[in-house]
Design a protein around this ligand. Structure first.
Ligand code: ADP
Length: 172
């Protein structure tokens, strides 16, 4: 899997699927979730209403509507409670389950935001390492997904993910 760290707004990315850092209701929220719903248009919320929510660490897929991306994969990151509530495994599951769903829908290029590091307060350094590892070590069944990117909305986030990717390659 090729992994690239980008700066920018994920709603503009021409991926086969973009991932949304949603909440359990899947009925929209702030941050990247709000931006994706605004850019996709009201049809996205209509489809999300039919999904019955989503568990933390799990993922569900919808169409992308007015977005350049064909699909939106909605995943629910863990809220950071200090690290003793399985947050690290749940965050890794978000990346893994999103990639499994992308594979099922034949997506070759998938773009992720920095899941859980905004309103959900997951420490950025820990989150960046978990994200890079989960994507790089994704056990694909059919090698459908060729490329993933993490789209960072601010400079600090970009710096942490760049560092996490560099260190991932250094350690082996
Ligand atoms: P969470 O609730 O999972 O923490 P947030 O949306 O609050 O999700 O934040 C996750 C990350 O998404 C943060 O780094 C935030 O700056 C970033 N973000 C917000 N808007 C966008 C956007 N349009 N494109 C990419 N990333 C975004």
């Amino acid at each position: 899997m090729e992994l690239e760290i980008l700066s920018g707004d994920i709603t503009m990315v021409e991926a086969d699927a973009i991932v949304n850092a949603a909440n359990n209701s899947l009925l929209g929220g702030g941050g990247v979730d709000g931006a994706i719903h605004r850019a996709a248009g009201p049809e996205l919320l209509h489809e999300c209403r039919t999904l019955g929510g989503c568990g933390t660490g799990m993922a569900k897929i919808t169409k992308g509507y007015r977005l350049p991306a064909k699909y939106v994969i909605h995943t629910v990151g863990p809220i950071w409670h200090g690290g003793g509530a399985n947050e690290e495994n749940l965050l890794a599951s978000c990346y893994k389950n999103s990639l499994l769903l992308a594979e099922k829908y034949n997506c070759r290029y998938v773009a992720f935001p920095s899941i859980s590091t905004g309103a959900y307060s997951f420490p950025l350094q820990k989150a960046s390492k978990i994200a890079v590892k989960a994507i790089m070590e994704f056990q694909s069944i059919e090698n459908v997904v060729e490329k993933a990117s993490i789209v960072c909305f601010d400079k600090k986030t970009k710096e942490y993910y760049d560092k996490a990717l560099k260190e991932y390659f250094k350690k082996d």
